[in-house]
Design a protein around this ligand. Structure first.
Ligand code: NAD
Length: 499
C-alpha cells in the first residue's frame, strides 16, 4: 500500500463498497423516516453515497439497544480480560483493512490518502489496542477507614455514552471516544459528522465482527440539528463526549440542562500559538514544523498552530523560510501520493475560509497563497496562505479559521509574547521554540493550554491526555485520564465484626 501510485489508489477507490445505513443493535438499517443525505467527495464534487439520515426516532432506537445490552451485562459486566480480547481483535481487523479506512476518510472529507493510510488508520488500531491492553491493569481502591469499616471504591461504567464527532479526523475522533468508553464497559451511540460518516459505519461493522455484542456500539449518521440534538436531549443517555466547535459544545451544555443533566465533555475549538524566540537552536526545523503545524490536514486541525509569534529580530528571515515551505505544499489530488495538501471538507467550509482570507487582504500583509483553486478542474481547495504583520486584534489572529491560513505576529519581549499568546478565548495547545531551558520551562508554565510542545508542534500520544482549557473545552481524550469521562466512582461500605 505504501508504494501505491495515484492510479492504484484511484482503481481501489472505484471498487470500494460503502456502508450507507445506520448501524443499530448490530444491524445496518435505514432511517425510520427513509430520509437520506448526500455524502460528497470534496476533491471531485462527486456523490459518494446517499446515507441514512437519522433523527429522533432512530436515536431513540439506538439508545434503547444500547441500554438493553448494558442492563443484560454481556459487555458491561464482562471480565476486563474478555473486553480486552474483543478490542484487540478489533484493532487487528482495522489493521487488516487500513487501505479501506484510508480511502473512506480521504474520499469523504478530502484528506491526503497517504496521511490517512500512515497516520489516521494505524492510529485508530493503535488506540483500540492501547485501551484494550489497559483495561485489565487498572485496580480499584480500598479506603483507609477504621477496622470494621471496609469501603471499596470502584470505577464502574456510566451506561450509555453518546459520542458526537467532527469531520477533520473522522476515524480517529470516533476511535478516541469509542475505544476508551467501550473498554470501560459502556454502550456507545456515535453520531459522526454529516460530512464524513463512512468510516464510522465500517468501524461499527468490524466491531461486531470482532465479537462486540449487538447494541454495544451503534452509529447514527445524520445532521447535527436532528440526530446530534436528539442525542443531547435524550433522557436515557448518561454522557455525551463531544468534539467539535465551541458554539456546538455550548449547545450540548444546554441540552443537558434541558433534559437529564447528563455529563457533557466538550473538546472544542482552538487558535494555538507557536512562539519562536531568537535563541531557537535550529530555524530550519522550526520552519518545517511551523509549516506542518498549520498546513497538515489542510489546516483543519483543532490544535493547528495558526498564530505564529516570532521575535522581531529574526522574523523576516523566518517568514522567508516559511514562504518557501508553503509554496512547496500546494494542494493536489488527495489520492496522489505526491500531493502535499488535500481538499477542504466542503463548499461551505471553503467559503468560510475564503471570507477570512479576503478580509485579511485588507488588513494584513499577504505574503503567499490567498486563493481558492481547483485540481483537475474540480473540487474545493485553498492554497497554503500566510499573512505577515497581522495585528493581534485582527480576526485573523482571533478566530478559528480551520483552514490553511497562518497569521504571523512579531514580538519584542518574552512577556509580550506570552501575554499575546494567552489573550485568546481558546487554550487547546501551544508551541515554544528556544534553546534556553529556563525559558522553555518558564514560558510553558505560563502558557494557558492543555498541551505545550517545546521545540516541536502538536506532540501527542496514546499515553498523554489531550484536551483544552478555557473555551477549548474540558475533559481529556487519550491516556488513562480518559476513563474519568466514562466511569463513575462507586463506594461500597461493608461493616464487619472485629470479634
Ligand atoms: P461542529 O461543531 O459543526 O460539528 C461537530 C459535530 O456536532 C458534528 O457531528 C455535527 O453534526 C454536530 N452538530 C452540529 N450542530 C449541532 C447541533 N445543533 N446539535 C447537536 N449536534 C450538532 O464542528 P465541525 O465543523 O464538524 O468540526 C470543526 C470543529 O471541531 C472545530 O472548531 C475544531 O476545532 C473542532 N475540533 C476540536 C477537537 C478537539 O479535540 N478539541 C478535535 C477536532 C476538531
Amino acid at each position: 500500500m505504501l508504494d501505491y501510485t495515484k492510479a492504484d489508489w484511484t482503481e481501489r477507490a472505484s471498487g470500494l463498497r460503502l456502508r450507507n445505513k445506520a448501524f443499530i443493535g448490530g444491524k445496518f438499517v435505514d432511517a425510520a423516516s427513509g430520509e437520506v443525505f448526500q455524502s460528497i467527495n470534496p476533491a471531485t464534487d462527486g456523490l459518494l453515497a446517499n446515507v441514512a439520515s437519522c433523527d429522533m426516532e432512530d436515536v431513540d432506537r439506538a439508545v434503547h439497544a444500547a441500554r438493553t445490552v448494558f442492563e443484560v451485562g454481556s459487555w458491561s459486566r464482562a471480565a476486563p480480560a474478555e473486553r480486552k480480547a474483543v478490542l484487540l481483535k478489533l484493532a487487528e481487523l482495522i489493521r487488516e483493512n487500513l487501505e479501506e479506512f484510508a480511502l473512506l476518510d480521504s474520499l469523504d472529507m478530502g484528506k491526503l490518502v497517504m496521511d490517512a493510510a500512515t497516520i489516521d488508520a494505524p492510529g485508530s488500531a493503535h488506540f483500540f489496542q492501547w485501551y484494550a491492553e489497559a483495561i485489565d491493569k487498572i485496580y480499584d481502591e480500598v479506603a483507609p477507614n477504621s477496622p470494621g469499616d471496609l469501603a471499596i471504591i470502584a470505577r464502574v461504567p456510566l451506561g450509555v455514552i453518546g459520542a458526537v464527532t467532527p469531520w477533520n479526523f473522522p476515524l480517529d475522533m470516533a476511535t478516541w471516544k469509542a475505544a476508551a468508553a467501550l473498554a470501560a464497559g459502556n454502550s456507545v451511540v456515535l453520531k459522526p459528522a454529516e460530512q464524513s460518516p463512512l468510516s464510522a459505519l465500517r468501524l461499527a461493522e468490524l466491531a461486531s465482527e470482532a465479537g462486540l455484542p449487538d447494541g454495544v456500539f451503534n452509529v447514527v449518521p445524520g445532521y447535527g440539528h436532528t440526530a446530534g440534538r436528539a442525542l443531547g436531549l435524550h433522557m436515557d443517555v448518561d454522557c455525551v463526549a463531544f468534539t467539535g466547535s465551541t458554539a456546538i459544545g455550548k449547545k450540548f451544555m444546554e441540552y443537558s440542562g434541558q433534559s437529564n443533566l447528563k455529563q457533557i465533555w466538550p473538546e472544542t475549538g482552538g487558535k494555538s500559538p507557536n512562539l519562536v524566540f531568537a535563541d531557537c537552536e535550529n530555524f530550519d526545523d522550526a520552519a518545517d514544523m511551523a509549516a506542518l503545524g498549520i498546513f497538515f490536514n489542510q489546516g483543519e486541525v483543532c490544535s493547528a498552530n495558526s498564530r505564529l509569534y516570532v521575535e522581531r529580530s529574526v522574523k523576516d528571515e523566518f517568514v522567508e523560510k516559511l514562504i518557501e515551505r508553503a509554496q512547496a505544499m500546494q494542494p493536489g489530488n488527495p489520492l496522489d501520493p505526491g500531493s502535499k495538501m488535500g481538499a477542504i471538507v466542503d463548499r461551505k467550509q471553503t467559503e468560510g475560509v475564503m471570507r477570512f482570507v479576503e478580509a485579511g487582504k485588507q488588513t494584513a500583509n499577504l505574503v503567499t497563497g490567498g486563493a481558492q483553486v481547483q485540481v483537475d478542474g474540480k473540487g474545493c481547495f485553498v492554497q497554503p496562505t500566510i499573512f505577515d504583520d497581522v495585528s493581534h486584534d485582527d480576526p485573523l489572529a482571533r478566530d478559528e479559521i480551520f483552514g490553511p491560513v497562518l497569521s504571523v505576529i512579531p514580538f519584542d519581549t518574552e512577556v509580550e509574547a506570552v501575554s499575546m499568546a494567552n489573550d485568546s478565548i481558546y487554550g487547546l495547545a501551544a508551541s515554544v521554540w528556544t534553546a534556553n531551558l529556563s525559558r522553555a520551562l518558564r514560558v510553558s508554565d505560563r502558557l494557558m493550554a492543555g498541551t505545550v510542545s517545546v521545540n516541536t508542534v502538536d506532540a501527542l500520544s496514546a499515553q498523554t491526555p489531550f484536551g483544552g482549557m478555557k473555551q477549548s473545552g474540558f475533559g481529556r481524550d487519550l491516556s488513562l485520564h480518559s476513563f474519568d469521562k466514562y466511569t463513575a466512582l462507586k463506594t461500597t461500605w461493608i461493616k464487619y465484626s472485629l470479634s
